[in-house]
Ligand binder design. Structure first.
Ligand SMILES: CC(=O)SCCNC(=O)CCNC(=O)[C@H](O)C(C)(C)COP(=O)(O)OP(=O)(O)OC[C@H]1O[C@@H](n2cnc3c(N)ncnc32)[C@H](O)[C@@H]1OP(=O)(O)O
Ligand SMILES: Nc1ncnc2c1ncn2[C@@H]1O[C@H](COP(=O)(O)OP(=O)(O)OP(=O)(O)O)[C@@H](O)[C@H]1O
Length: 773
């Protein structure tokens, strides 16, 4: 059979079942790209409905570089071609696949299958981090890709000759390794939608739905008609959640509401606006409003209704300011947005989020892991809706299942009841090599499931790292063979003097996060010479947290490696609980980033735990430098960091109990007098900020007096971060600024009482006596 006839048959087979088919064009790159063009023609698909993901330029189709494959998220294409020869990554593979429509084709341009384990150079570059070389990179992920292509239904594999075009313009015979055809007729049909007459939305909104599930989502979204409601619509890809949001937006606007829509890019919200425009037309509202003339309005003119409502789009950072006070905000592809931005949207009267459940290829899991907690703690009534029935393609679509298998998108941690009784005494410590996880799919799925459920940063590229990266070590605590706590350690440092010099000059050294920051940002020319393990991820099963398992796992890792490296380290989005976890395990802070992490919305803390003389030198000097600079930063670049994070960071400084210098301060005699004046006389904070500054730093590092958490927060916000009185009073719940100022009298008394006679106690006693007489 020639290529054209084969593709036509495959496309027909896909259309009959409303499913996608995967077409692997294997051979050299030129032949593959040529064949992909032929395939588009043979499939009878318009060029406009095709996206080509490749590092090359100059094609007639919509073309994206693989690094920007995320722009396809939430869009629908009839054919997506992914040229995997260059620029391949697991993240990009996940991102492109979800966009293919039912009846469409995912075309992968690949090397011959038997060569894949030694090719896909971008994947190798991604994990071959210094001082390791490309030869050290493992092949398990690439083998896995070959296996899933060879064995999964719905995958057609063609072997291409070096050139598919014969001189007469006809196409040479191709070799069909697998035809990927299925005899199944249409996948299980979806349920029919029905109207929800008990909601404020018109019947037309429900009649426009494709499935019963989608109508249920629209009904749930109708809660947004009332302020103080938040609605979260969760689904796997292609279940029609954006469309449901579009129908809801139209119904809300038809009722006079101002609906602000945001998404990572306006393209991600295309389906939402299309559905909204259709419903507004059905409801007899003009489709477009007046042009705002505002370039920030990516959809301009916005959709408007005769009732005075409208639907407009703003990019996330603008939308977070809630311009022109919308009545309702709807966020599409919420999982792909930074948590920090999502949080700011919680000031809207009513807010809806559409998010992808197993689509961690889109974003990591910041939404599920971090943001969900914040939403639950907010004052909104939260409605949750889950959509199961696929719309973009049939229920039994094989390409969705192929992707889930290849990238373990649906991996889950072990079931709660299997691990419920686990304690640190009942577990065994295991090294999990890349062979171990490659050979035991169930173990691999549990490990990935644990990491995905716990970590907002986990993404498909991590599957590649787990299976191929030469610098990683995976350790786990197993209970009856089930992983309950896992740690992924990345070997860093040990760089040559040339690499150290380069890093000092500011050039990033891939895969060496801690040495890199210590050298280039914190200006330590020799920091990258010593070797350490950075705990890249650690996660304990949610059902057995706070039982000491995470600490037990770390302790076993420390025991195993402390003779072979100089330090252990960690970098993470700082929260008070995590700071206390790392502190309890002997890590002390050496850096707190001045900017927030885009995904977690948190400031990153770097911490070190030395285990050799060189490591101790490194940790000691960085700890000292950190203490020297943080006071200045607190009043400036990190003046907005939450006081409990600052309390946690400063308390962790004193982790090495034998450092006598820590937490000491030596105010002058006059300063003790001024402090006593605030405590017992008419003195005020304003006369003594410098004394409070010294005492606050000393106390927060190693407690001097018995202060309540609120008093400590006051020290952080007012004394160290220099926030205005009104702000501090408001944040800390004082009824007035006056009461907030008075609290300093009590704090001063507690400090005075804690000071012994040698330090300044005698002076304080003398001063106190003057007021009491
Ligand atoms: C580089 C990084 O990986 S940093 C991110 C660390 N990982 C995560 O945040 C993933 C989600 N969290 C988890 O998986 C776990 O909570 C871990 C790994 C942080 C701790 O594992 P555990 O087995 O609970 O640790 P362990 O029982 O030894 O210590 C618990 C202490 O850790 C701290 N802690 C931090 N976060 C949490 C949390 N989410 N749940 C419970 N305890 C937490 C607390 O101080 C806790 O003490 P407490 O129970 O007295 O309040
Ligand atoms: N009610 C509807 N009417 C017409 N087409 C619809 C409807 N619902 C969904 N679709 C079509 O089904 C496909 C998937 O819908 P949609 O983009 O809303 O799903 P999604 O769950 O948001 O997908 P993704 O996770 O990829 O963003 C789109 O092509 C969309 O046009």
């Amino acid at each position: 059979m020639d290529l054209r006839s084969f593709v036509a048959t495959l496309r027909e087979n896909a259309r009959a079942a409303n499913e996608r088919r995967l077409l692997a064009l294997t051979g050299n790159r030129e032949a593959g790209v040529d064949a992909a063009h032929t395939a588009v023609e043979a499939a009878g698909v318009d060029d406009e409905a095709v996206s080509l993901v490749t590092t090359r330029e100059g094609f007639r189709y919509h073309r994206l570089h693989p690094d920007h494959a995320d722009e396809l998220l939430g869009t629908t294409r009839e054919i997506v071609i992914f040229d995997c020869h260059k620029g391949f990554s697991a993240n990009a593979l996940g991102q492109v696949t979800g966009a293919v429509d039912g009846g469409g084709l995912l075309v992968l341009v690949l090397p011959p299958l038997e060569e894949i384990p030694t090719q896909l150079s971008a994947l190798v570059d991604q994990v071959a981090v210094p001082p390791f070389s490309r030869d050290d990179v493992g092949t398990h992920f690439r083998q896995r890709l070959v296996t899933t292509l060879r064995h999964h239904p719905g995958v057609a594999i063609l072997r291409l000759p070096p050139s598919t075009a014969a001189p007469n313009g006809e196409h040479k015979e191709i070799e069909i390794e697998r035809d990927g055809l299925s005899n199944r007729s249409q996948s299980t049909p979806p349920s029919d939608p029905h109207s929800y007459t008990d909601t404020p939305f018109p019947d037309a909104a429900y009649e426009a739905c494709r499935t019963g599930d989608q109508a249920r989502a629209v009904a749930g979204l109708s809660a947004l008609s009332n302020p103080s409601n938040a609605v979260v619509v969760e689904a796997d890809r292609g279940r029609g959640k954006s469309s449901a949001a579009g129908l809801a937006a139209a119904a809300l606007a038809a009722d006079g509401n101002d609906v602000l829509v945001t998404a990572p890019s306006v393209d991600n919200a295309a389906e939402l606006f299309e559905r909204a425009a259709e419903l507004l037309a059905t409801l007899d509202h003009p489709a477009a409003g007046e042009s705002t003339g505002d370039e920030a309005d990516a959809v301009d003119p916005p959709l408007a209704t005769t009732a005075g409502g409208r639907i407009r789009f703003r990019p996330p950072p603008d939308a977070a300011d809630l311009p022109s006070d919308p009545d309702v905000v709807i966020v599409d592809e919420a999982a792909a947005l930074p948590v920090r931005l999502l949080e700011r949207l919680l000031n809207a009267p009513a807010v809806g989020f559409c998010t992808t459940v197993h689509g961690y290829e889109g974003s990591g899991r910041g939404f599920a892991v971090r943001f969900r907690e914040r939403l639950a703690a907010s004052s909104y009534d939260v409605t949750d809706i889950e959509l199961r029935e696929p719309i973009r393609y049939g229920q039994d679509d094989p390409v969705e299942a192929w992707l889930a298998w290849t990238l373990l998108l649906d991996a889950e941690p072990p079931a709660d009841q299997l691990v419920a009784d686990t304690t640190p005494e009942t577990v065994s410590y295991r090294t999990l090599t890349t062979d171990d996880i490659a050979d035991d799919e169930s173990l691999f799925r549990s490990v990935v499931g644990l990491l995905v459920a716990a970590h907002y940063k986990t993404e498909p590229d991590d599957i590649v790292r787990l299976l191929a990266a030469p610098n990683l070590e995976l350790r786990a605590l197993l209970s009856d063979g089930h992983p309950v706590s896992v740690a992924l350690l990345a070997r860093e440092g040990g760089l040559s003097s040339e690499q150290q010099a380069e890093s000092y000059r500011g050039r990033r050294v891939q895969g060496n996060m801690l040495p890199d920051v210590l050298t280039s940002q914190l200006r330590d020319p020799t920091a990258a010479g010593s070797v350490g393990y950075r705990v890249m991820r650690i996660a304990t099963h949610h059902a057995v947290r706070s039982r000491g398992l995470g600490s037990a796992l770390l302790s076993r890792c420390h025991d195993e490696f402390s003779d072979s490296v100089d330090w252990f380290g960690v970098g993470f989005g700082a929260t008070p609980r995590l700071l206390s976890f790392w502190r309890a395990n002997g890590y002390r802070p050496v850096h707190l980033s001045v900017t927030r992490n885009e995904t977690s919305g948190e400031h990153s803390a770097l911490m070190l735990r030395p285990c050799s003389t060189a490591g101790t030198d490194l940790a000691d000097r960085h700890s000292r430098w950190f203490r020297d600079r943080i006071a200045g930063q607190l009043a400036d670049t990190i003046s907005g960091v939450a006081p409990d994070v600052i309390r946690g960071v400063l308390r962790a400084v004193s982790v090495s109990a034998d450092d006598d210098e820590l937490g000491t301060c030596d105010p002058a005699d006059r300063d003790w007098r001024v402090l006593a004046g605030v405590a017992y006389g008419p003195g005020t904070y304003e006369a003594a900020p410098h004394v409070f500054q010294q005492l606050a730093m000393a106390h927060l590092i190693r407690p001097v007096a018995e202060l309540s958490p609120r008093a400590e927060r006051l020290l952080v916000r007012k004394v160290l971060q220099c926030a205005p009185w009104a702000t501090v009073a408001d944040e800390l719940g004082f009824v007035s600024e006056r009461q907030c100022k008075r609290a300093f009298g009590a704090i001063a008394r507690q400090f005075c009482e804690a000071v012994d006679s040698e330090s300044g106690g005698d002076i304080i006693a003398e001063e106190r006596a003057t007021y009491e007489n």
